[in-house]
Design a protein around this ligand. Structure first.
Ligand SMILES: NC(=O)c1ccc(NC2CCCC2)nc1
Length: 228
């Protein structure tokens, strides 16, 4: 799976995305992440990428030409136009269902805005959908883009060591994850539930399902309504 990120701050991606699971998946060429610097496509002699908003008001708006030319540099040789996602507070809030849907794509272009955002005509011209990672405002779309890349990449085959690693993750099968324990058996006077040491896999499975349901009821009862 290929991610092309249109951003003013490509170094942020190089730093974060070469680490851990995502970094290893890139080395294994299972996923590819390219950060494209929008500023490289500015035709302005001072490499300007923003300007004052028509109609006045504070802040600056990202001008459309550099973004459009950066976009063209990606798609000009491609047989199909990849889905373009603009990370914005106005987007549909990302959830695991959407993450699963996006993980089926072969190629995604993520547009990261800054300042007051991008010129509306860019959204009209190249953006297929807007996605938000939650109802709060950030200084740029880069962190939301990394959240999207991380959550989607986990579901790309062979990125995670084993299938079941994500099968029981929180927000998977619609429930929160059961409690996890590892060595030592006793810590701060707290012991591991004995069922987990019984070796009785059917009973352990049952206990885990009960715990998932119990936790979901306590912490996120809203998730129970949505379960299909
Ligand atoms: N909740 C979010 O996913 C989100 C995305 C982008 C953003 N800020 C960007 C959007 C255009 C200028 C800065 N803030 C919040």
């Amino acid at each position: 799976m290929r991610f092309d990120v249109l951003t003013l701050f490509p170094d942020i991606f190089h730093a974060v995305m070469k680490e851990s699971i995502i970094g290893r998946a890139q080395e294994k060429n299972i996923i590819e992440i390219n950060a494209i610097n929008i500023r490289d496509f500015s035709k302005d002699k001072h490499k300007k990428v923003d300007d004052y908003p028509y109609g006045g008001g504070g802040g600056m708006v990202m001008t459309p030409q550099p973004i459009y030319d950066a976009y063209l540099s990606i798609v000009k040789d491609l047989p199909h136009k990849p889905k373009v996602i603009y990370l914005s507070p106005q987007g549909k809030v990302l959830n695991q269902k959407k993450v699963v849907e996006l993980s089926k794509e072969k190629h995604l272009i993520l547009l990261c805005g800054h300042y007051e955002g991008v010129d509306e005509r860019i959204i009209e011209e190249i953006v297929d959908e807007e996605i938000s990672i939650g109802d709060y405002v950030l200084t740029g779309g880069e962190i939301p883009a990394m959240v999207l890349i991380d959550s989607v990449s986990r579901l790309v085959p062979d990125v995670l060591p084993s299938e079941d690693a994500y099968k029981n993750e929180s927000h998977y099968n619609g429930l929160l994850e059961y409690p996890q324990y590892t060595r030592p058996y006793e810590f701060m006077g707290r012991k591991v539930p004995d069922i987990l040491l019984s070796g009785h896999h059917a009973k352990i499975e049952e206990w885990r399902k009960e715990q998932s349901l119990k936790r979901t009821l306590e912490k996120r009862p809203d998730l129970l309504k949505k379960r299909d």
